[in-house]
Structures are given as C-alpha cells and as structure tokens.
Design a protein around this ligand. Structure first.
Ligand SMILES: *Cc1c(COP(=O)(O)O)cnc(C)c1O
Length: 420
C-alpha cells in the first residue's frame, strides 16, 4: 500500500483558500525536487543521463524552471512548448523536439533554438530539409509495430500514428546521413503509465538491439537512446511504483551485453518522462457545493472535468482525501461530480468515502501531470489557478485562474466584428 498523504492539514488549507479560492492545483516543490534527484541518481552508470521532462504534462514556468535547476531537459512537441522551454532557460540540446505531423515553422523554431529534432516519419526529412536544412544531429522515433503491445492509454503500436515503422527505420538513418546528418539519436514511446519494471527493460533491449542493427547495416553509431516517457505512477493505493533501481540495474546488464560488446559505448541514455516526475506531487483542491440524493448519492464539487479530465476520458482512478476526515471510515458510497453538462463529468463513481457535507474540502491526488494541462473551456468552464507549496512552507501563486475576460478574449460579436 502506498499511503495517499496530503501535505497540509485542513486548517492550513482553509487558510490558503481565504487568499486563493478553490478550485486550484497545488504542487509540492520539495517533493518534486527530491524526486528529480532520486531519478537521476538511479542511473549513475550512464554518462550524461538526462530526463527530458515532457512539457505537455505540466506546462507551468515555475515548475519547468525548478526542473531545469534539477538538471532535467525539456521534451517539446509544439511551437508553444518550444517557446515556453526557451523562455524558462532551457538551451540547445537540453531540449528535445518530438512532434508529429509537424509544420515547417515548428522545425524552423526548433532548429533556431538548437533543439535535438526527433523525426516522427521518414517523409519529415524532406519537410525539415525544405524548412531549415538537415541539422548535424537527428533522431528518429521508432515504432516497433507488432513486436510490442501497448496499453489502453496509448493503444497498440501498429494502430498508432507515431513513429517510423520497422521496415523503414534503417532507410531513414541512411537517408538522413546522405542528406548531411552526422550525429544520431534513437527514440521510442511505446507505453503510457506503465507500472511493470519488465516492460521498461524490454524497451531498452529493443532499442539497444536496434542500435546494433543500425550500426551493422549502415555503419551509423547512434549516440543517444531516448527511452521515451510512460513510466507509470501508483494512482491506486494498492499499486506498486516502478522499481527504478531494479530497472536501471537490468538496463545496465543489457547495455554491457549489447551496446558495449558491439562497440557502441559510450552511448547516452535518456528518458522523457512527465508523469512520474511531477504527477504524484500535484493535487486538485476543491470544495463541495452540494450533496444530493437522486437514484444514487452525489457529491457536487466546484471543480469539474475541465480541471482534471483523466477520470472522464480514461475512467482513470484518482484517490480522494476529505480534509479533516482522513481517519474516518469510508462507509458512504458516492459519485463525485463536477458541474459540466456531460454525465461523464465524474471524478469518481461508486467511491467509498467518509460522510461528506456541503463545504468540505476535497483533494484529488496525483494531478501533477496531465491534470491542469489537459484543461479546456467547453461549456464555458474556466481553467483554475496553480499554486506552489514552496520548500519554506509558504504558498505561491504560479498561475492565475482564468476569468470571464479570458473566455471572451477571442470572441467577435456581430455588432462589433473587430472586438468589443
Ligand atoms: C506524452 C509523451 C511523453 C510523456 O509521457 P508521460 O506519461 O508523462 O511520461 C513523452 N514523450 C512523448 C513523445 C509523449 O507523447
């Protein structure tokens, strides 16, 4: 069992809500920093080990900035993410650009910044060549097809729109070299929220073996292997986190057998995990508006699926703590809902919880990645604020909540077609 603790008492949280009304996402600075150090320390045998944090998981400048201070890189997939990473201070090859169906202007920007460009398809070589020319360093995203199975979050590799298929990957490296590339990376992303150590190790084996095949067939020595993101986190109290120590040790054995023995060492290994870096250290804080009894018992919150979409779209589990009732028996069954006009706007269905009353503060756990980031304005819902619980114990506003003005800011009206 992993305990689902929240770092503040009810009294402390109530005090914060006097300044910052609910709902908001709250991130724990110290826990995120400790986790970054722990992650990097697990791979001492890799020279130049890096996790390129997937910016899409938590695109907040304060969070990105502290991740940069802890030695992480940034994994970007769009123009906006590239510019955000640059603004926060990531430089050159600290940024990996892993896009798909990429427009030329994004390649241009990635090239201006000096990011490592990771191509999703062999045809993108032409787009890149036409937009900026072929850079010295090129990486390809590999899709192993039916050699691997995915999971419900990411789907099966052979159904995926991503990556260079097996029968084109060697040709992709040849073509890149013929067009002038001199340094090469190899990347894949085959899992999402994967909790099995063995699956991650198998991904390493697959990429190590492919690096050898690329060398044997083309003479190209890949210098960077990016294992992708997708390391899972224990959303359920019963889930076991990935044992990174064990994963690292197994990867080192494979590295020695496959990479070193084939003359490919030293080779850099990277990840681009988002979820496992910030996920467990973010919380959605929300207040109960109504407790209603229909054919079932419902708890209506001031947050909705615009603040946290994972339960509605994947049926994902997020643990819920009722502040001040942490030790009460969970002997009531509720559907916990938001106010959006979609019946799947439910954070939990048939969830055992302590008796809930109007005004209670609830915390959804593990919202630090793919939480706020997936927010939207459907149904006129406004995105919440984000707060950072700093190492010194004080709370800092790190993103303002949207207001009605944001909602109206792109609208044109028939009686004022150029603005209002
Ligand atoms: C989403 C994504 C990631 C991050 O996934 P996590 O589950 O947050 O680790 C990394 N790389 C690519 C290409 C992605 O699309």
């Amino acid at each position: 069992m992993n305990k689902k603790n929240f770092p503040l008492s009810k009294g402390e949280l109530e005090k914060i809500t006097e300044t910052y009304p609910t709902p908001f996402h709250l991130y724990e600075e110290k826990a995120i920093r400790d986790n970054c150090r722990d992650f990097c320390n697990k791979f001492p045998w890799v020279s130049g080990f890096k996790n390129y944090f997937a910016v899409k998981a938590c695109p907040n400048p304060f969070i990105l900035s502290l991740l940069r201070e802890e030695g992480m890189g940034a994994d970007c997939s769009s123009l906006a993410e590239l510019l955000l990473a640059e603004k926060v201070g990531f430089k050159g090859e600290e940024i990996m650009f892993s896009s798909n169906d990429t427009p030329p202007e994004e390649f241009k920007e990635a090239s201006r910044i000096g990011a490592i460009i990771n191509l999703d398809d062999i045809t993108h070589l032409e787009t890149l060549e036409e937009s900026t020319g072929i850079p010295e360093m090129i990486s390809f995203r590999y899709n192993p097809g039916d050699l691997r199975s995915g999971n419900v979050l990411i789907g099966q590799p052979q159904e995926a729109k991503y990556g260079v298929p097996r029968d084109q990957i060697i040709e992709a490296y040849r073509r890149a070299r013929d067009k002038g590339a001199k340094r090469f990376g190899l990347h894949t992303m085959v899992a999402s929220n994967e909790l099995e150590d063995g699956y991650i190790v198998e991904t390493a084996r697959m990429l190590f073996e492919l690096a050898v095949k690329i060398k044997d067939e083309t003479g190209i020595k890949v210098e960077l292997i990016n294992m992708g993101g997708g390391i899972g986190i224990p959303y359920h109290p019963e889930d076991q986190p990935v044992n990174l120590q064990a994963v690292s040790m197994s990867m080192q054995e494979l590295y020695d057998q496959i990479i070193a023995d084939n003359g490919l060492a030293p080779l850099k290994i990277a990840f681009e995990s988002g979820r496992m870096v910030t996920g467990p250290f973010g919380y959605l804080v929300t207040r109960v508006r109504h407790v209603t009894r229909k054919y079932k018992d419902f708890v209506g919150l001031d947050a909705c699926m615009a603040d946290l979409m994972r339960p509605a779209i994947y049926g994902a589990y997020h643990h819920i703590t009722v502040l001040g009732k942490e030790n009460e028996p969970r002997n009531y069954i509720y559907d916990v809902t938001g106010s959006l006009c979609e019946n799947n706007d439910k954070f939990a269905i048939d969830r055992p919880l302590p008796k809930i009353e109007k005004g209670d503060l609830l915390v959804m756990h593990d919202t630090g990645a793919h939480g706020y980031a997936m927010g939207f304005n459907y149904n006129g819902k406004l995105r919440s604020a984000e707060l950072l619980l700093q190492e010194n114990g004080s709370c800092l506003l790190i993103r303002r909540a949207e207001t009605i003005d944001h909602y109206f800011s792109t609208m044109l009206f028939p009686d004022a077609p150029h603005g209002f």
